[in-house]
Design a protein around this ligand. Structure first.
Ligand code: ASN
Length: 284
C-alpha cells in the first residue's frame, strides 16, 4: 500500500504488468545470476518468454509517459542451491520504476525519500504488528553511504556483498557492476558502469538493482553482440531502439526482500504465502 501510494504521489503512472514478452531481460552476463533458463511458450506461431523483468518494456514505455512504475511479477528459475541464500524466490514481485531524463543521483534521492517515508509510515500504521513480532521498526536514516564495487572489493574481498552488509547498520549504495547490455557504460570512463544496487545491512544483502540506461541503437546492438546473445529475441526491442529510445534511469525494489529485511526473517519464504523457493516443491 505504502509503495503504490508513494509512486502515485511522486507523479508516476502505474502500468499493469506484462507476463509474456517477445524481448525480455536476459539477466546476464551477470556474475550474480544463477538462472538456469528463461521459459518460453509458443503461441500463434511466435515464441514468447515469461517475464524475467520488464526493463525493456520500461524503456519503451517511459518515452511517452515520463515516469512509470509497475508492481511486476518476475519468473527467474534459479539453481536449487539458491535455497540456502535465504533471499531467492523463483517467482517474486518488484516495484519496478523508470524516469525519463534521470541520472543515478535522481534515483538515489527518490529512493531515499521512499525509505524515510517508509519508517514513518510503519511507525504510524504497523507498530502493533511489529510489537507482536517482538522486533522494533527499522529506522532508515538516509542519505545512504555510496561506494563503488571496486572500493568494496578492495576492503572486503570477493565476498564483499555479505561482509560489507554485515559491517553496516544502514543500507548503502554499491555502484558500478559489469552486467546486462541495457545498463549504461560511463562515457567518461570505459569499463565503468552507471548502475547500482542498494544493499541492506546486517547480512540481508541486495534489495534493489537499477541503472542509467543505454538508449542508442548502435550501442545497444554492439553490446548485445558483445554478450553473445542470440539477436532474434531482441528484434522487436531493437526496432524500438532504432526508432529512438530516450535517456532514462530507474530501478526495481524487491518487495519480498524488503519484507524479509523489515521483519528480520531468516528465510524469504517466511514472508510469502505461496512460496516459490528454488530447490523446494511448490505447495499449491
Ligand atoms: N528492475 C531492474 C532495473 O530496473 C532490472 C532487473 O530486475 N534485472 O534495472
Amino acid at each position: 500500500m505504502y509503495t503504490v501510494r508513494f509512486f502515485h504521489d511522486s507523479g508516476f503512472t502505474q502500468l499493469m504488468p506484462v507476463m509474456l514478452g517477445k524481448s525480455v531481460d536476459p539477466l546476464g552476463p551477470d556474475p550474480g545470476s544463477s538462472v538456469v533458463k528463461i521459459p518460453e511458450i509458443e503461441y500463434q506461431g511466435e515464441k514468447l518468454r515469461l517475464t524475467t523483468s520488464m526493463i525493456l518494456h520500461k524503456q519503451v514505455a517511459v518515452k511517452g509517459i515520463g515516469r512509470i512504475f509497475i508492481m511486476s511479477p518476475n519468473i527467474r528459475l534459479e539453481r536449487a542451491e539458491r535455497k540456502e541464500s535465504g533471499r531467492h524466490l523463483f517467482e517474486f514481485t518488484q516495484a519496478d520504476f523508470e524516469m525519463s531524463g534521470a541520472k543515478k543521483d535522481d534515483v538515489f534521492g527518490l529512493l531515499e525519500d521512499y525509505y524515510r517515508g517508509l519508517s514513518e509510515f510503519l511507525a504510524r500504521e504497523a507498530s502493533e504488528e511489529f510489537e507482536a513480532l517482538g522486533i522494533g521498526i527499522f529506522e532508515f536514516k538516509p542519505p545512504f553511504k555510496r561506494y563503488t564495487t571496486h572500493e568494496l572489493f578492495d576492503k572486503y574481498g570477493e565476498d564483499w556483498e555479505r561482509q560489507a552488509s554485515l559491517a553496516h547498520d544502514q543500507p548503502f549504495w554499491a555502484i558500478c557492476y559489469k552486467r546486462e547490455f541495457y545498463d549504461k557504460e560511463d562515457p567518461k570512463e570505459e569499463g565503468h558502469f552507471l548502475n547500482y544496487d542498494l544493499i541492506y545491512p546486517e547480512g540481508f544483502g541486495e534489495g534493489i538493482s537499477g541503472a542509467e540506461r543505454e538508449h542508442e541503437f548502435e550501442v545497444i546492438h554492439r553490446k548485445i553482440k558483445r554478450d553473445k546473445l542470440d539477436l532474434s529475441p531482441y528484434a522487436t526491442y531493437l526496432k524500438f531502439a532504432k526508432a529512438g529510445l530516450i535517456p532514462s534511469a530507474g530501478a526495481g525494489i524487491g518487495m519480498e526482500r524488503l519484507a524479509r529485511f523489515l521483519s528480520k526473517s531468516k528465510h524469504i519464504s517466511e514472508v510469502t504465502l505461496f512460496r516459490r523457493v528454488p530447490g523446494m516443491p511448490v505447495d499449491i
